[in-house]
Design a protein around this ligand. Structure first.
Ligand SMILES: [Zn+2]
Length: 280
């Protein structure tokens, strides 16, 4: 089995989303303390991917929003900052052709859009040598989307993956890339969270289960979630274990905090410390 040699944080480009939608039933007076909003009520979002260098592969977890959608589309998401997926991969010492595998936690556009680029009038994979890994149940879900989630599952992302000939559909209990996978069903059908063993620590890529450090409190659940009460249960049991076993949580959407750990105080889960990947 391949051993993890190194991990690299890959910033793919920041964006913004409506703060109310990001916090569901939590009042703004509370969430604005951790996630301040601008004049349009939008909060800052990172789209942070993780590159895993093993002894035999180079695996990218998620790919950010990408840049192939039109201006009208991106006008809703207010992209900002200087990051790009290609620059970040280069900074880590690699190129897109070096990536052997792209693992998608789920297929909402802010997690998979960067995997596909526009070349002339064709949509093709950015990573010409990579295999793509998607949960089988999630793939079916994304291919016949409900109307509430439809705006997140773009045919521009899904069809080129299908046509790539490199799409691998996996079951929840499989471990095709060497690491464990935690599957949760509250945010969307069968979202897969990589669980990595590195430097004697367990690092969990928590994706949209806990998008920012402002979402650590159990009821702080996004309005986007398809099954919020299931997220409630999934978050609680995950955080219980994360606090007890001192998991490190790799945050995808938090502009300030790359990695955090969790403590439990007075029966509430809280952020304990924040870390940078290079310092663990
Ligand atoms: Zn999502």
């Amino acid at each position: 089995m391949s051993i993890i040699k190194n991990l690299y944080s890959i910033e793919t480009g920041n964006f913004k989303l409506d703060g109310g939608a990001m916090f569901g039933v939590v009042p703004k007076a509370i969430w604005k303390k951790t996630n301040p909003a601008d004049d349009l009520n939008m909060i800052d979002m990172a789209a942070r991917s993780l590159l895993i260098e093993t002894t035999s592969s180079l695996i990218l977890i998620d790919t950010g929003l990408g840049d192939k959608q039109d201006e009208k589309f991106f006008s809703h998401y207010h992209k900002w900052g200087e990051y790009s997926i290609d620059d970040s991969i280069k900074k880590a010492g690699f190129s897109s052709g070096d990536v052997t595998d792209v693992f998608f936690t789920h297929l909402h556009f802010d997690h998979c859009g960067g995997a596909i680029i526009r070349k002339g009038n064709r949509l093709i994979p950015r990573f010409e040598n990579a295999n793509f890994w998607v949960n089988k149940g999630h793939w079916e879900w994304a291919n016949s989307p409900n109307s509430r989630e439809k705006a997140s599952f773009l045919p521009d992302n899904i069809l080129p993956l299908k046509e790539s000939g490199k799409l691998n559909l996996i079951d929840a209990n499989e471990k095709p890339l060497g690491f464990d996978i935690l599957t949760v069903n509250g945010h969307t059908e069968k979202m897969m969270l990589p669980v990595l063993e590195f430097k004697s620590r367990t690092i969990v890529f928590v994706s949209d289960l806990i998008p920012t450090s402002g979402h650590v409190r159990v009821p702080f659940i996004m309005g986007y979630d398809t099954r919020p009460l299931q997220t409630l249960r999934e978050k609680e049991s995950f955080l219980e274990k994360a606090a007890k076993d001192k998991f490190l949580l790799f945050l995808q959407h938090d502009v300030k905090n790359e990695i955090i750990d969790i403590k439990k105080e007075n029966n509430k889960f809280k952020l304990n410390k924040t870390f940078k990947l290079e310092n663990i």
